[in-house]
Structures are given as structure tokens and as C-alpha cells.
Design a protein around this ligand. Structure first.
Ligand code: HXC
Length: 521
């Protein structure tokens, strides 16, 4: 009897049993490679028992290459929704044990459906990648779905946060979806991202290169910048994403989660340490992370792209319980200079913060843009301009503190008043000038110094440098013009920044109406 309710319930149970057996097989295959299964990853990411799986019984319709004999449930991707720390997210997780996690028509339909759901709900979407790319048996249909996915990613950009976890191969055109998403996390050793793998590279150019060197987590997080975080293992990767989600709003219309303000309203010992942090010698570095940690709640912040362009820090933290994006030069690396990578890293971060209503706190100690042939040839003009564009376009609250050097283009771009910053503070150690004193004297007094007898030159250069430094290397010329609102003792920075952020809560700014701008790409 196949038309009884009891039969139908038993039939459902049997189908579920097929799923359970497939999952058991997946566990064995993935664990043998040191990887979790698609479903285990989802469960690790989401709050316990919160996962609602969609389209468990979806199956491909392909009949080519004997595919009709093998129609596993789920079609190689686990999709659904659930909560992280009680907040809704949507998720898809590619299952490498089914056709190598490759994208075919039904796989594609499932992914697009869950992305559309995320847009409808206004919640973040997390994509877990572990796939051989386009499903070869399904041909052009797979390609169509990659393009559809890219379109969804673009439409969702700036509306809901999109996060990609790379936990296995991610090759060919499949890399472009994660590249459009806001944040990409790669797992050490097991994850790879490249447009063409080592075999194709060898076939095309004769070059021999390992998968790790071509597209491992190290190269993508340190050199190319495709990955925003390099995780030690899958648990670490998921942990990082959970922390990241805690800083983000669910969508561009909602506010980020707000925590109770438990910060000290009085000066603390940690605040006072800031008065001793900047070394007396300009050429001596200090760790800007030490400043950041004293300005954000509980000293806690999460760096984005920490291994890429370390001369620029981009991080999420909280000020009085509310998320802020911190952009800061790091004098410990290349004296905090802005090179191409630093500009692009910070520009994308500023744009993310702006899209999602996250205020920006800028900490400047910057000798300027990096000079040199290599940078010019690689387009520091066009690519350095991105940061100016991003700051100028950002309408979220912008608070800037000049800590020490703010020279030349570095001054202008690092959240200056002229790019629309709302509150500009400076420490007494700030040097806001076109360039450092030595450089300025070299240009301004070149002829005069050359005319002197050599034995007098050094002393005169020193005198002129001192005179320039006294007159120009300070925050007061900028303060005279209102480019700096207040010069404050370093120890007062946390309280002043918090006040500024409080005052700016009601900020509303609109830009001229247009279809979209044309940021230099
Ligand atoms: C169908 C695939 C597949 C694919 C892997 N498999 N990739 N099936 N389409 N793209 C299947 C394998 O046949 C195998 O099936 C199983 O998945 C596991 O694969 P292995 O090769 O055994 O695994 P491994 O040795 O770990 O190698 C993983 C891999 C390799 C490096 C990803 O499978 C690979 O190179 N695959 C092809 C990658 C590729 O060229 N994809 C197209 C990219 S172009 P069995 O039955 O043996 O277990 C693209 C265009 C997108 O993606 C366009 C966007 C605009």
C-alpha cells in the first residue's frame, strides 16, 4: 500500500536515511583529508540546533555522461538559514564529496535561492567554498550559474554583508564570487584559490609552481590580498567569522549590534600610558596597535587583512558599545607609508564601513605616499586615489586623530577635514606639514647651502631644520585654520573620541544624486 500516510511517513524516513548514509560517507572522506563535511561546517558556524536546511531533496536533472545513474540528494551543496549569536544569517556550504562540490544547474538554483532569501530577510550570507568549480558534465549551464551568482553578489554588495570561507579548492571562474564578497577567509594548507591551477599553468607557460605557492592561504593573505584572514584550521576560520559578524549590522538599513557601555568615564591608567607612547625621536617606531587597543572597548579589536599591507591597520572595534571601523597607519612597518596595497586595503574597508553605517576612526602617523619607480609603474596614482575617493564619498561619522606625522598627501588622505571628516583631533606630537623638516630644508635651501663652504654646511642645515621644525612641524598651524578642531593630550583621546562619536550619532549627510560614481579601479 503506497498511498497510506504511514507508508508516506516511512518513505520520508527512508529518504532521510539515504541522506544520513551519504553524510556518513562524507564524514569518512572529508575527515581523511583533515576537513569537515559541508554540514559539519554549517553546524559549527551556527548556534546549536538553529540550522534550517533547504532543498535537501533537490537532485540534478543532467543525463549526460551517465549522470542519470547517480542523482544524490542535495546535489553537492548544503543551503539554509540559522542564527549566529541569536542573529539570523543565510548560508551555503559546498559538499566536495558530491561531484567534487562542483556547480551544476540544481546546485546553482539552490545557491541563488538562499542568496535571494538573504536579500529578502536582510541578513548576512556566508558561503563556504570547497569545490572543483563548474560541473564539467553540465557544461554551459554551470557557467551560467556562476555568472548569475556574480550578479547576485554585486546586487547584494552594500545591502547585506557577504562573507566567503575557502576550505578546499576554489579555482577557475569560481574565485570571482568570493572576490566580490566583503570578506574572504582561507584555511591554511587545505584551501586554494587560483584562476588556473598548477597543471594549467604548466601547460600554458611551462612554469612549474606548487598549489600552495600559486594560491595557498599564505600567498593570498600576505601577497595578493585576496584573503582577509588566514586561519590555522577550520575551527579558527569559523571562530573568526563569528567574531566578525558580531561587529556587523545585518543589512545596510539596520544598526550594528550595540552592547552596554561599561567603559570608564574617567581617565584610566591605560589612557595615561598614551602620554608616554610616542618616542621622542621621529625616526623611532612604535606599535599603532597599542594606540588602537587603548581607544576601543576592553582593548579588543579584530584586524581585517592583518597580514596584507601591514603598514596600514584596518580593524573593527567598539567605542562605548558601538562598532567603529579603525583605519590607522602602522609606523612599525615601512614607517606607516601609504603604498598601493595599503591604499586599496583601506579604501575597500572605508567603503564597507560607509555602506553599512559604521563610523570611521582614523589614526594618522604617515610620512606620505611611497615614492619610487615600482609604485609608479604599478599605478600608485590611480590606485592611491582610491583611498581619497573612499574617504571623500563616505558619509558615516568620521573622526580623525593625528598622532605624529601627517605629511603631504598622507595628511590629506588620512581622514583630513578637507575630505569631509567631522571631528579632527591632534596630539601635541603631531607634525602636519607638506613634508618632514629635513626634506623641506633640502628643497627650500638647496642653493643657499650649496654656496656655503663645506665645513659650515652641516651646522647651517641643522639650524635651518630646527627652525623649520619649530615653525611648521606641529599641529598649531593647522589648528589656526580650523583644520584641526582640538589639540589634546594623548591620554584624553579615548574620552574625546567617545564624545565625538556620541555627538555624531545623529549625523545625516547626502551626496549629490547620481547613478553611481566612477572610483578609479
Ligand atoms: C565535475 C568534478 C569537478 C568538476 C572535481 N570533480 N571537479 N566533477 N566537475 N569541475 C570530481 C572528480 O571527478 C572526482 O570524482 C571528485 O570530484 C573529486 O575530485 P578529485 O580530482 O579526485 O579530487 P582532488 O584530487 O582533491 O582534486 C581536486 C581538484 C580537481 C583540484 C579540484 O578535481 C580538479 O582539478 N578539478 C577540475 C577543476 C576545474 O578545472 N574546474 C573547472 C573550472 S572553470 P570521483 O567520481 O572520481 O570521486 C570554472 C568556470 C567558472 O569553474 C566560470 C565562472 C564565470
Amino acid at each position: 500500500m503506497t498511498d497510506t500516510t504511514a507508508f508516506r511517513i516511512a518513505d520520508l524516513a527512508a529518504r532521510r536515511e539515504d541522506l544520513r548514509i551519504a553524510e556518513k560517507r562524507a564524514v569518512d572522506r572529508q575527515h581523511a583529508k583533515g576537513k569537515l563535511t559541508a554540514r559539519e561546517r554549517v553546524e559549527l558556524l551556527l548556534d546549536q540546533d538553529s540550522f534550517v536546511e533547504l532543498d535537501q531533496f533537490a537532485r540534478h536533472r543532467c543525463t549526460e555522461f551517465g549522470m542519470d545513474a547517480n542523482r544524490p540528494y542535495g546535489d553537492g551543496v548544503v543551503t539554509g538559514h540559522g542564527t549566529v549569536d541569536g542573529r539570523q544569517i543565510c548560508v551555503f556550504s559546498q559538499d566536495f564529496t558530491v561531484f567534487g562540490g562542483s556547480m551544476g544547474e540544481v546546485f546553482g538554483e539552490k545557491v541563488l535561492k538562499v542568496m535571494d532569501l538573504a536579500m529578502t530577510l536582510g541578513c548576512p550570507v556566508v558561503g563556504i567554498n570547497d569545490s572543483g568549480g563548474a560541473r564539467i558534465q553540465e557544461g554551459v549551464v554551470s557557467l551560467a550559474y556562476y555568472a548569475e551568482l556574480g550578479r547576485r553578489n554585486a546586487l547584494a554588495s552594500g545591502v547585506i554583508p557577504q562573507i566567503s570561507l575557502i576550505m578546499g579548492p576554489c579555482a577557475g571562474g569560481a574565485v570571482y564570487s568570493p572576490a566580490i564578497t566583503d570578506f574572504t577567509v582561507m584555511v591554511d594548507e587545505t584551501a586554494h584559490m587560483f584562476v588556473t591551477g598548477p597543471d594549467v599553468v604548466h601547460a600554458v607557460s611551462g612554469e612549474r609552481v606548487s598549489a600552495q605557492r600559486l594560491g595557498g592561504a599564505a600567498v593570498n593573505s600576505e601577497v595578493s590580498g585576496n584573503a582577509h584572514h588566514r586561519a590555522a584550521d577550520e575551527h579558527d576560520a569559523i571562530d573568526w567569522v563569528q567574531t566578525l559578524l558580531g561587529y556587523l549590522p545585518s543589512n545596510n538599513l539596520d544598526a550594528a549590534p550595540e552592547y552596554a557601555d561599561e567603559t570608564d568615564p574617567e581617565l584610566t591608567a591605560a589612557d595615561l600610558e598614551l602620554d608616554r607612547l610616542v618616542p621622542d625621536s621621529l625616526n623611532q617606531a612604535y606599535d599603532m596597535a597599542e594606540v588602537v587597543s587603548r581607544l576601543v572597548d576592553d582593548g579588543e579589536f579584530t584586524e581585517i587583512h592583518s597580514a596584507f599591507a601591514p603598514n596600514m591597520i584596518c580593524a573593527f572595534g567598539r567605542v562605548r558599545g558601538r562598532t567603529v571601523g579603525v583605519v590607522a597607519n602602522q609606523p612599525r612597518h615601512q614607517a606607516g607609508v601609504i603604498d598601493i596595497d595599503a591604499s586599496e586595503k583601506a579604501a575597500r574597508f572605508v567603503r564597507f564601513c560607509d555602506a553599512f553605517g559604521i563610523p570611521i576612526l582614523t589614526l594618522a602617523d604617515v610620512p606620505g605616499y611611497l615614492p619610487g619607480e615600482a609604485q609608479e609603474r604599478h599605478g600608485i596614482i590611480r590606485r592611491g586615489a582610491k583611498l581619497i575617493y573612499a574617504y571623500a564619498e563616505a558619509t558615516v561619522p568620521k573622526v580623525t586623530v593625528v598622532i605624529r606625522k601627517a605629511y603631504g598627501g598622507g595628511y590629506a588622505v588620512m581622514g583630513s577635514k578637507h575630505l569631509g571628516a567631522d571631528v579632527n583631533l591632534a596630539w601635541p606630537t603631531a607634525e602636519i606639514a607638506v613634508m618632514g623638516a629635513e626634506g623641506a630644508v633640502r628643497v627650500l635651501h638647496r642653493h643657499e647651502l650649496a654656496a656655503l663652504p663645506p665645513e659650515q654646511r652641516t651646522a647651517e642645515r641643522r639650524r635651518l631644520t630646527e627652525a623649520y621644525r619649530e615653525r611648521h612641524s606641529n599641529p598649531y598651524l593647522a589648528a589656526e585654520r580650523g583644520y584641526v578642531d582640538q589639540v589634546i593630550a594623548p591620554s584624553h583621546t579615548r574620552l574625546q573620541v567617545a564624545r565625538a562619536m556620541d555627538a555624531l550619532r545623529t549625523k545625516r549627510q547626502t551626496l549629490p544624486a547620481k547613478k553611481h560614481g566612477n572610483i578609479p579601479l
